[in-house]
Design a protein around this ligand. Structure first.
Ligand code: GRF
Length: 195
């Protein structure tokens, strides 16, 4: 009997290394999820190359084609519904989401953020952590709620700040942890949603 899998819609805007990490996790037949859709708001997002190489269904919904955030979000929503996905996975999706959209996926939309939330919501997280002299940095996977970079935490991973760290060197070590954190979080969410 096949394993019952959660279907993911992964939303990206750029590099797509977290998408790649999820694709690698899905290659393990015991992983409780598969990717039903990769959606990008940019046709030139590098991450789309991983999706194409892995023969995953992809769609581009360009925010510039819509008069406002809500109509863009509703077009994204329609694509996710069409794909049959059960869980929306934001992986470097660089759009502010309307509460109307977020509220259509209660407990069914997750995000990864490169800081130890609730510290450093928003951008430039590593530079801000270094400027504050923090001894630790990290990443957080959390459920999405209307307020940005908030919502219940699913997984958090920490790295030590090293002497001489720059935002780039620190960011690279955090990114490695992101690639472990996202599959781990999907396993946890699958455990509750597949019951
Ligand atoms: C990651 O650092 C993630 O935490 C943030 O955006 C970045 C996306 O990177 N939300 P990638 O596109 O997955 O490589």
């Amino acid at each position: 009997m096949g394993v019952n899998k959660l279907k993911l819609a992964v939303l990206i805007s750029g590099r797509g290394s977290n998408l790649k990490a999820l694709m690698d996790a899905c290659a393990d037949e015991t992983f409780p999820a598969s990717i039903a859709l990769v959606l990008s708001n940019r046709a030139d997002a590098d991450g789309l190359k991983y999706a194409l190489a892995g023969e995953l269904p992809t769609v581009v919904v360009n925010h510039k084609d819509f008069p406002d955030r809500l109509s863009f979000d509703m077009a994204v929503h329609a694509e996710i519904v069409k794909s049959g996905a059960d869980l929306v996975v934001l992986a470097g999706f660089m759009r502010i989401l309307t509460p109307e959209f977020v509220n259509l996926w209660p407990g069914r939309m997750i995000n990864i953020h490169p800081s130890l939330l609730p510290d450093y919501k928003g951008l430039d997280t590593h530079a801000r952590a270094l400027a504050d002299g923090k001894s630790e940095a990290g990443c957080t996977v959390h459920y999405v709620v209307p307020e940005m970079d908030s919502g219940p935490i699913i997984v958090q991973k920490r790295v030590k700040v090293l002497p001489g760290d720059t935002p780039e060197t620190l960011g690279e070590r955090v990114l490695e942890q992101e690639h472990a954190a996202y599959p781990e979080a999907v396993r946890i969410v699958a455990r509750s949603l597949l019951k």
